[in-house]
Design a protein around this ligand. Structure first.
Ligand SMILES: Cc1cc2nc3c(=O)[nH]c(=O)nc-3n(C[C@H](O)[C@H](O)[C@H](O)COP(=O)(O)OP(=O)(O)OC[C@H]3O[C@@H](n4cnc5c(N)ncnc54)[C@H](O)[C@@H]3O)c2cc1C
Length: 383
């Protein structure tokens, strides 16, 4: 009988699925069970597209189709909460399950605050996330640093601090620290992220802390809500999923790894933010002078959702037909999202002018949190 707070190892009883999955297939099995038991009407997940650099969001209603989504795509930088927002009107009275990284989870919570989604209708199966790699950077990194044709790579994984590739003719791993020192590796917003285990999801699943013969064959599951406990219990009772209590040593190791990742996040914040000070506004003004006002930063933001179309109409604050956009355009966007920015990085990732927008809003939010929030207590999540 699973309950909130439990920590266990879980794996699928389906040998075929276990082969395709990342670490034992518990996540895919839970999603399949959610559909089969009619706990949900649909699942929002991610599927490999033309290659491993191409992560495609999919809405699935037939359990068997979920097998094709198994596996972790570390070059999958898409934000599922933004996609949930797009589908929100169509899914209004439907129950859905979705796989969420920390940023996806924070995005869903922001959407719930704005009444765009209803948390009662969503089951969030969280996956721990040390960070994702921009697909273009990954291709360059594999060519330049690994000396391998990126098109010949058929599998990638991040294990024990290394980014490992398998390609025609071999496999190679290089430490993420080394890659990042050379200007590659994880996206800069992921390096600064401090939501590595998404505990405000219903379940938090990952490979940290899985030891012994279970390593690579099971997932560590932290049960974070009654909803999560119920789903897990149902899948075990239906004999779809097997579990055992997590090894206490594994629990300890997982906590240590998380702590080390949080410290690394602090190190990157210091590195990135100190480079901005003390001339943040001048830097913003200079960088945003490349803006062509394509609105990609707004169209992909999980916070700037409801009135995005209205934003494009003439109003008293932003002059139209002026390129580069005048500073009021950026000032207003930053003011609007300032204390809600979740550092998902989408604004920066989707900016064709490569303006470090996520860095600016994350720096502003982090500083404001430090200055104003301690007296009010910790925010819902500490991003
Ligand atoms: C980008 C990323 C980084 C991760 N980093 C860590 C880490 O540092 N430490 C750790 O303990 N665990 C990490 N994980 C979780 C781990 O890799 C496994 O996903 C987890 O152990 C579950 O394994 P499984 O076999 O049960 O999952 P599976 O049954 O293989 O299911 C995996 C699910 O993840 C979904 N998925 C795949 N890629 C993405 C993506 N980019 N965004 C959203 N959903 C996706 C798939 O749709 C599928 O439903 C990461 C996962 C991802 C996606």
């Amino acid at each position: 009988m699973a309950k909130k707070g439990d920590m266990l190892y879980a794996w699928t009883n389906d040998a075929g699925l276990a082969k395709k999955a990342e670490c034992g297939g518990a996540v895919t099995e839970l999603l399949k069970y959610a559909l089969e038991s009619k706990t949900v009407d649909a699942v929002l997940a991610v599927k490999r597209g033309v290659d491993l650099y191409d992560a495609v969001p999919v809405i699935v209603t037939k359990a068997k189709e979920l097998d094709a989504c198994a596996g972790s795509l570390h070059c999958g930088t898409l934000l599922l909460s933004r996609i949930a927002a797009e589908y929100a009107p169509a899914l209004a009275n439907k129950k859905i399950a979705m796989v969420v990284k920390g940023c996806d989870m924070m995005g869903i919570l922001e959407l719930a605050k704005r009444n765009i989604v209803n948390l009662d209708n969503i089951i969030m199966i969280g996956v721990n996330c040390g960070g994702s790699v921009n697909p273009t950077t990954a291709r360059r990194m594999i060519k330049d640093v690994y000396g391998v044709d990126p098109n010949s790579v058929h599998k990638e994984e991040i294990d024990k601090g290394q980014f490992i590739i398998e390609y025609e003719g071999g496999h190679k791993g290089i430490s993420v620290d080394e890659l990042e020192e050379a200007g590659y590796g994880r996206r800069s917003n992921c390096r600064r992220c401090k939501v590595k285990i998404p505990r405000q999801a219903d379940l938090a699943c990952g490979n940290w802390g899985v030891l012994g013969d279970k390593a690579g064959k099971a997932t560590f599951v932290e049960v974070c809500s009654e909803k999560g406990a119920k789903l897990l219990k149902g899948a075990v009772d239906a004999k779809k999923l097997a579990t055992e209590p997590a090894n206490p040593k594994g629990v300890e190791i997982r906590a240590k790894v998380e702590n080390a990742m949080l410290k690394l996040g602090d190190k990157w914040r210091k590195h990135d933010f100190e480079a901005l000070a003390p001339v943040l506004w001048e830097t913003i003004a200079q960088e945003t002078s490349r803006c062509m006002k394509c609105y990609a930063c707004i169209d992909h933001c999980p916070v700037c959702v409801t009135r995005a179309d209205k934003f494009k109409q003439p109003d008293m604050m932003v002059r139209h037909g002026v390129i580069p956009a005048d500073q009021m355009f950026h000032l207003r966007r930053l003011a609007h999202i300032s204390d809600s920015c979740i550092n998902c990085g989408q604004c920066e990732e989707c900016c064709p002018s490569e303006i470090p927008l996520a860095l600016f809003s994350h720096a502003i939010r982090t500083e404001a949190d430090k200055l104003f929030e301690p007296k009010l207590g910790k925010p819902a999540y500490t991003n």
